[in-house]
Design a protein around this ligand. Structure first.
Ligand code: TRP
Length: 341
């Protein structure tokens, strides 16, 4: 296989990705990432984890941590991730990651860490808590990826720099101590990677920005309706076949995710004929969105309600993750020269 430096036996490629348990999953996560994870689970050896340790860099208060971790795990499974096909675990249940993090910290330089975009952003956002964990966030992320010697990491654009740093650390390690790690690269589905527009016509849906412009998988039916009815529109085109302004294009794009083709065609034709009624369009979109999300939300609730079962899933996930992690740690210790007996 070309991109594993010949370090790993040929076989299925290894995929790793993580999500911080700091907020609900939204439609952007669903169409942008989760649906692709679900596709990957049949073709790759996938490790998906909940990055609870990373969340400590920004959320020192842990009162809601456990609930958030279980919530994310439930939503992942409700979206179709099957714990029998992927290794689903919680980051803090795999202490091998933190051991590798320590080794990698010895080859991560203060200067390069300080230059990381996400670090600079966080310094601005939380000047009262610029902790060393925040500075070494990319090192922990590299450890997450390298602990399974992953080749493929499905992440969004905002994580590219971290991935670049992971490659740097992997190469540095190999150079210093001998080949242990492949070079991981970003994995996305190219054109299939959907960007879900936000409802206020500005950018895409995101966890942190305008909450009313983002639809969460946990939103109840009425909230979904309310958010959609508030989506930005105008009084409609005055010239036949006009170009759509961005915010109108966005609403149509949302329709394309959840509505039937004939319904979309009808509203497209109304638009082109200048007799579109955005109130009707939004009502239709709201119902189609409700019908799309309600079963996922219900499934997540059902999974979350069976906590004993959920605990077993995460425990078995951690055990499976440990099998792969132990092999890496053993190779790492050997390469560094930390085997005394
Ligand atoms: N930093 C990622 C984010 O904020 C989460 C993450 C942590 C991650 N470790 C990872 C993603 C390893 C991919 C691989 O979204």
């Amino acid at each position: 296989m070309s991109n594993n430096n010949g370090i790993l036996p040929a076989g299925r490629q290894i995929v790793v990705s993580g999500v911080r348990p700091t907020g609900n999953l939204h439609l952007g996560n669903y169409f942008g990432a989760l649906r692709n994870y679900v596709k990957m689970q049949n073709e790759y050896d996938c490790y998906f984890f909940i990055a609870d340790l990373h969340s400590l860099t920004t959320h020192p208060d842990t009162k809601e941590l456990k609930e958030n971790v279980l919530h994310v795990a439930s939503e992942y499974m409700a979206c179709g991730l099957d714990p029998n096909k992927v290794v689903l675990y919680c980051q803090s249940d795999l202490p091998q990651t933190t051991e590798l993090y320590l080794f990698l910290n010895m080859m991560a330089y203060k200067g390069e860490l300080e230059k990381t975009t996400t670090f600079k952003d966080k310094v601005r956002l939380q000047p009262e808590n610029v902790n060393a964990g925040l500075l070494t966030y990319p090192v922990l992320m590299a450890a997450d990826i390298m602990i399974h010697r992953a080749q493929l990491v499905p992440v969004g654009k905002d994580q590219e720099q971290h991935l670049e740093m992971t490659r740097t650390f992997a190469n540095r390690f190999n150079h210093r101590y001998g080949d242990v790690f492949p070079e991981p690269r970003a994995f996305n589905f190219g054109e299939q990677l959907l960007k879900v527009p936000s409802l206020d016509g500005a950018g895409k849906m995101s966890k942190s920005e305008n909450q009313y412009a983002t639809i969460y998988l946990s939103d109840d039916d009425d909230l979904i309706r309310k958010k959609i009815m508030k989506a930005k529109t105008d009084s409609g085109p005055t010239e036949p076949n006009s170009l759509k302004p961005d915010y109108i294009e966005n609403v149509f794009n949302l329709m394309k995710l959840v509505s039937q083709q004939d319904i979309i065609d009808k509203f497209e034709a109304d638009y082109d004929n200048c007799n579109i009624r955005y109130g009707d369009l939004k009502k239709q979109l709201a119902e189609d969105m409700v019908n799309y999300i309600a079963p996922i939300r219900q499934k997540a609730r059902d999974i979350r309600a069976n906590e004993a079962e959920l605990n077993i899933i995460l425990k078995v996930g951690a055990q499976k993750a440990a099998e792969s992690a132990d092999k890496t740690i053993s190779a790492v210790r050997e390469a560094i020269g930390l085997k005394y007996f």
